[in-house]
Design a protein around this ligand. Structure first.
Ligand code: 5GP
Length: 193
């Protein structure tokens, strides 16, 4: 997606050899117009799958999930929480997710009532790296007997296995930009298809 590529070229920074920093427009300061443009592209791509909810994980996926849900007809957004539960509740389902950025294991969880049985769920996140977050979110859907109709992400890091993993599982995936590699501190983007 042209506008996202331009934003990555203008504002994206490499941290080490495998982290892409996008705090200036996607993770800390939010570029509103760009997020709506991104949401529209994802919504157009998945509209034929008739999602009834968008599911993401707090916190950096929420903005893109919201704009995507807006263009899908203002369907609800549900975000899985990461903070530890104090009391185990029968109303909650959980899945383990290893955080690539924080190097810790989190349980993500969601209240059953927000994803009723047979919901058609579109999973959205800012990044796809090892596929841990997406896999955990798909697991929440499976536990709740919901159908994960696809995964839409802002930036896929093509040098990590998440994209391949999801595609091999037959999951419909749309990445708005793919980082091929980080070389000499520079973010190298793959050509758009
Ligand atoms: P995965 O679960 O696919 O390994 O990683 C995706 C999650 O980790 C996303 O929710 C995202 O917030 C975070 N993440 C992974 N790689 C990066 C990165 O290079 N930069 C940023 N800002 N976040 C990342």
């Amino acid at each position: 997606m042209k506008e996202l590529r331009e934003a990555i070229e203008k504002w994206g920074r490499a941290a080490g050899t495998n982290v892409v920093k996008v705090d200036m427009f996607l993770n800390h300061r939010l570029e509103t117009e760009l997020l709506f443009q991104m949401g529209k592209v994802l919504a157009d791509y998945f509209r034929e799958d008739h999602p009834t909810q968008v599911l993401t994980v707090e916190s950096s996926g929420i903005a893109l999930a919201l704009t995507t849900a807006h263009f899908l007809g203002d369907i609800p957004v549900v975000f899985a929480k990461k903070s530890p539960t104090i009391v185990q509740s029968e109303d909650v389902v959980q899945a383990p997710v290893y955080s690539f950025t924080h190097k810790v294991n989190n349980m993500i969880r969601v209240d059953k009532h927000y994803l009723p049985i047979h919901s058609r769920v579109l999973i959205v996140d800012d990044f796809l790296a090892d596929g841990q977050a997406a896999t955990g979110l798909i697991s929440l859907c499976t536990q709740l007997q919901c159908q994960a109709v696809g995964v839409g992400v802002g930036i896929e890091k093509g040098f990590q296995p998440g994209g391949k993993l999801l595609r091999e599982r037959g999951i419909k995936l749309k990445s708005l930009a793919i980082v091929e590699k980080i070389e000499d501190g520079k973010i190298i983007l793959a050509q758009d298809d």
